[in-house]
Ligand binder design. Structure first.
Ligand code: DON
Length: 310
């Protein structure tokens, strides 16, 4: 490994933090997520030479959930360019819960505050190019498969149906944005793509490889040519840093010092630029939708390996 990371030390960090899971709860508003083991905790680290170390309970897959928002933002930026994307979504942290609707009505032009909250991510989904939802989904899925180096990554259909069956808050956000012209394409297709992207199954190891790609300026470790421009990766990392953990983004930035993005399944994708990608799973989450043990583990890893950027 390019970094000096010992399995033993990482195992100790995971064991130190596991008890914290008892303070969190499984996301219950999507019934399929209630089936996870709340005490599970695992981490993978991929360094920029492409080597991965996995520790704890990290073999089983979980759904990407909101972590997919980073990947759809990158795809939308590649498809449309910076100005077009940011004419439909803002760049400011929201300080609001991930599914909040309140600011949409009061913001100028009713533009969602940033691409990491649900409204912003649905607006971004509407910008991804393709002939049909299936085609758009396949484009993003292929992109994820490539950077995570696994062509078997696929949709978790049970989560997808569960997501759709309980997605009325997201529908209300999307229809509001349709009414104000933020979404100009088919609103049901934008929603369907969003639900599908949230339902892609990954492991910690996939997340850490995605993180390493983001830490390596858009170059998949081991390759030479960037898959995505450095400018786009910088935008994605910066938005993760300021808004990736919703209304806990400030605290996360202080405690971990690196860009991170959470999902309600308890996953965390974190990026230590120029150093490593980190993928964590800890399904018990706090009220803000972030893994309790996972966030604490990330902060301990950041301290141990001196990852804090500031
Ligand atoms: O939109 C939703 O409700 C979910 N599918 C994704 C939300 C999510 O992961 C929020 N994150 N912590």
């Amino acid at each position: 490994m390019a970094e000096n990371i010992s399995r033993y030390d990482l195992e100790r960090l995971v064991e130190d933090k596991r008890w914290l899971a008892q303070q969190g709860e499984l996301a219950s508003y999507i019934p399929e997520l209630k089936r996870a083991d709340p005490l599970r905790l695992g981490v993978s680290i991929t360094t920029l030479d492409g080597k991965t170390l996995s520790v704890g309970h990290c073999q089983d897959a979980f759904s990407l959930q909101s972590i997919s928002k980073v990947l759809s933002l990158i795809m939308a930026l590649m498809d449309n360019g910076f100005d077009n994307v940011f004419s439909k979504v803002g760049m400011e942290p929201s300080g609001e819960p991930f599914n909040s609707i309140s600011k949409l009505e009061t913001m100028e032009n009713h533009i969602p505050l940033n691409p990491m909250i649900n409204s912003g991510a649905i607006a971004v989904s509407a910008l991804i190019k393709g002939d049909s939802v299936a085609h758009r989904f396949e484009r993003v899925l292929n992109f994820i498969q490539k950077i995570a180096d696994d062509s078997t990554i696929t949709l978790n259909e049970k989560v997808y149906f569960s997501e759709k069956a309980t997605g009325d808050r997201n529908r209300s956000l999307a229809y509001f944005m349709k009414s104000t012209g933020v979404i100009e394409t088919d609103v049901d297709e934008a929603l369907d793509l969003y639900f599908r992207l949230c339902s892609i199954n990954v492991t910690c190891c996939h997340l850490s490889r995605i993180g390493a790609f983001l830490a390596n300026k858009g170059v998949i470790p081991g390759q030479r040519q960037p898959l995505v421009s450095e400018d786009i990766i910088r935008v994605a990392n910066t938005i993760m840093f300021t808004a990736g953990m919703y209304n806990e983004s400030g605290e996360s930035a202080i405690r971990t010092g690196i860009p991170a993005k959470s999902g309600v399944s308890g996953g965390i994708l974190a990026v230590a630029p120029g150093r490593m990608g980190i993928g964590i799973i800890g399904p018990a989450i706090n009220k803000k939708g972030n893994s309790i043990a996972g966030l604490s583990l990330l902060s301990a890893i950041s301290k141990s390996y001196d990852l804090h950027l500031l």
